[in-house]
Design a protein around this ligand. Structure first.
Ligand code: AMP
Length: 302
C-alpha cells in the first residue's frame, strides 16, 4: 500500500460567514489534507504541531480516521496556531482577520524513521523552510507536491522560491500564482512557475474549478456544482488531499491518473464546503464520493 505523508498546520480556526460565526474549530492545511487523503484507503501520516490547548476530541477524530499521528507534536505550555477569516456574501472574497503562528514558529520536525520512505509527499501550507527540511529528510519520494498561499509569498518569498525548486507539482490559487510571478495572465503565470522548477502547476480557481499545466499539457477541471455553500475554508487543502489520496491508491502519476485525481480532489472539496470545519467529512461515505465523481464525468462529456 502506498502511503501519503502530509505536512501542514493543525489549527484552531475562527470563521465568520454572513450566516454564522464559529470559534476555535478544528482546521489547518494539514488537517484538511490528511482527512481528505484518508478517504482512499491508504496509510496517511501527518506531521504537524499543536499546543496543550488543542482539544483531545480533535486528536481523537483524526485517530478515528486512521491518520497516523506519530508525527504530531504537542508542545507543553505551547499555544496552537490560530487563524481567523471572514467571508463576504458570495464567499468569493475572504479576509484573513488574524494569523497567529504560535507553536509553528519554532517547529523543526524530525521525520520519524517509519515516515521517511513514504512515496507520496504533500507539503500543505506551512513555513517554506519547514517544507524544505521535510523534502531534505525524505528518502526518494515518488511524488512531491507543495501548496502555498499569499501569506508565505509575502513573508518568506526567498525561502519559498528554494522550496519550489525542489517540488514536482506546485498547487496554488489563481491570485497567488499571479502574486508569485507578477504575471496577470494565468497561463503566463503558470509558465513562469514551471520555469522555477516544478514539472506541473495546478491552479485552483475556487468555484470555477482548477487547471493543470505542464510543458506539454493542459487540463481544466470544473468545480462540482453546489448551491449549499456553508464554509469554503479548507477547500483547497481538501482538493490537494483528495488528489494525493487518489494517486497513492492507484500508485501511478501518469497524466491520466493526475486528471482523475483532480476530479476526486474536486469532489472531496465539494463535501468540505457543505459545513464548517471537517464536520461534513464525518459522515461522507466513499460511495457518495464515487457518485459525485460520476456526475462530473457525465458533465464533462461532449
Ligand atoms: P484554505 O481555505 O484552503 O486556504 O485553508 C484554510 C486553512 O489553512 C485554515 O484552516 C487555516 O487555519 C490554515 N491557514 C491559514 N493561514 C495559514 C498559513 N499562513 N499557513 C498555514 N496554514 C494556514
Amino acid at each position: 500500500m502506498m502511503g501519503v505523508l502530509v505536512v501542514g498546520t493543525v489549527t484552531l480556526d475562527t470563521v465568520e460567514t454572513p450566516q454564522k460565526r464559529v470559534e476555535d474549530v478544528l482546521g489547518g492545511s494539514g488537517t484538511y489534507a490528511a482527512v481528505a487523503a484518508s478517504f482512499f484507503g491508504n496509510p496517511v501520516r501527518l506531521i504537524g504541531v499543536v499546543g496543550t490547548d488543542f482539544p483531545q476530541e480533535y486528536t481523537d477524530f483524526l485517530q478515528i480516521r486512521s491518520i497516523d499521528l506519530e508525527g504530531l507534536t504537542r508542545v507543553e505550555n505551547g499555544k496552537t496556531f490560530r487563524w481567523g477569516g471572514k467571508y463576504a456574501e458570495d464567499f468569493n472574497v475572504r479576509d484573513t482577520l488574524f494569523t497567529e503562528l504560535n507553536v509553528v514558529t519554532d517547529f523543526h520536525p524530525v521525520l520519524p524513521d517509519a515516515y521517511k520512505e513514504t512515496p507520496y509527499l504533500f507539503l500543505a501550507n506551512d513555513p517554506p523552510q519547514l517544507q524544505l527540511s521535510i523534502i531534505e529528510q525524505a528518502s526518494n519520494p515518488k511524488l512531491v507536491v507543495c501548496d502555498t498561499m499569499d501569506f508565505w509569498i509575502h513573508e518568506e518569498r526567498e525561502a519559498l522560491e528554494k522550496t519550489i525548486e525542489r517540488v514536482d507539482i506546485l498547487i496554488l490559487n489563481d491570485s497567488e500564482a499571479k502574486l508569485l510571478t507578477g504575471e496577470s495572465n494565468l497561463l503566463n503565470a503558470a509558465r513562469a512557475i514551471l520555469r522555477k522548477g516544478p514539472q506541473r502547476v495546478i491552479i485552483k480557481k475556487g468555484e470555477h474549478g482548477a487547471i493543470s499545466i505542464t510543458e506539454s499539457s493542459f487540463f481544466s477541471a470544473p468545480a462540482y456544482p453546489l448551491t449549499s455553500v456553508v464554509d469554503p475554508t479548507g477547500a483547497g487543502d481538501s482538493f490537494a488531499g483528495g488528489f494525493m489520496g487518489y494517486l497513492a491508491s492507484v500508485g501511478d502519476v501518469s497524466e491520466g491518473s493526475i486528471r482523475k485525481a483532480m476530479m476526486y480532489g474536486t469532489v472531496v472539496a465539494s463535501f468540505n464546503i457543505e459545513d464548517f470545519s471537517i464536520n461534513r467529512q464525518k459522515s461522507v461515505q466513499f460511495d457518495e464520493i464515487e457518485a459525485r465523481y460520476r456526475e462530473l464525468q457525465d458533465a464533462m462529456r461532449f
